[in-house]
Design a protein around this ligand. Structure first.
Ligand code: ATP
Length: 212
């Protein structure tokens, strides 16, 4: 039974918070592979200003040095909102017997109870949660979710194909795509600049993304 990780996001743009989380999770959880899935049309937020093709190209550049990471364009091939549950249904049909692990940040866990058909997501995969500065699993909804699904160790996930949540002891990086977009628009020399990925920063410059 393979351990297959999937990391969804807007990646608008991909930054060190995403990349370091992906590398950490793949190694810490001994995943057979980890695929990054840029969303095409996010259902829960404004449409990204930068096209799906550019966002996927930036993911491809960022992960190029790391053969353990791959780009998955499954959501780009559909012309409808990218609901995670539907993506996972397609992945489960493709990998009926493997353990599927969906990677999210702590901010996403705190909103997870509002995701479309979130209970079905946990019938399709496990959740691996990366901690993120400023976010705690302390709301009533998140505590209830964890009471039902949390497991303490990644090894506990291996015996089941879905339904567990593990909060990982990852090193935290204080960066967001919002902060990076803001610093690019304002041409400031903020902390967010340092947390960009060099090849991605060059791509942004070349294509004049996020300038206005
Ligand atoms: P934005 O600021 O535009 O909301 P973002 O930086 O949160 O973007 P997304 O593409 O929306 O990035 O996030 C994709 C996934 O990566 C989410 O599950 C999010 O929780 C996680 N993530 C993003 N940044 C970090 C970080 N610094 N540490 C841990 N997880 C992160």
């Amino acid at each position: 039974m393979a351990m297959l990780g999937f990391y969804g996001g807007t990646f608008d743009p991909i930054h060190q918070g995403h990349l370091q989380s992906a590398l950490y999770v793949q190694q810490y959880c001994q995943l057979d592979r980890l695929e990054l899935i840029p969303c095409h049309i996010p259902p829960h937020r404004a449409h990204p200003g930068v096209s799906s093709e550019h966002r996927a190209a930036m993911v491809r550049l960022a992960i190029a040095p790391y053969p353990q990471l791959a780009l998955n364009v499954i959501e780009l091939e559909k012309n409808s909102p990218s609901y995670t549950v539907e993506t996972l249904e397609l992945l489960r049909a493709k990998y009926p017997n493997d353990t599927l692990l969906f990677v999210i940040g702590m901010d996403s866990l705190t909103q997870f109870h509002s995701w479309f058909r979130y209970r079905d997501i946990l019938k399709l995969c496990h959740l691996l949660v990366c901690q993120r500065p400023g976010y705690q699993p302390d709301s009533i909804e998140t505590k209830a979710l964890l009471a039902e699904h949390q497991l303490q160790a990644v090894s506990d996930l291996r015996s089941k194909t879905h339904g567990g949540i593990v909060i990982l002891p990852n090193p935290m990086l204080d960066v967001s795509a919002t902060a990076i977009r803001k610093s690019l628009q304002q041409s400031t020399n903020s902390n967010a600049d340092a947390l960009q990925i060099d090849a991605v920063a060059a791509y942004i410059l070349e294509h004049q993304l996020y300038q206005v």
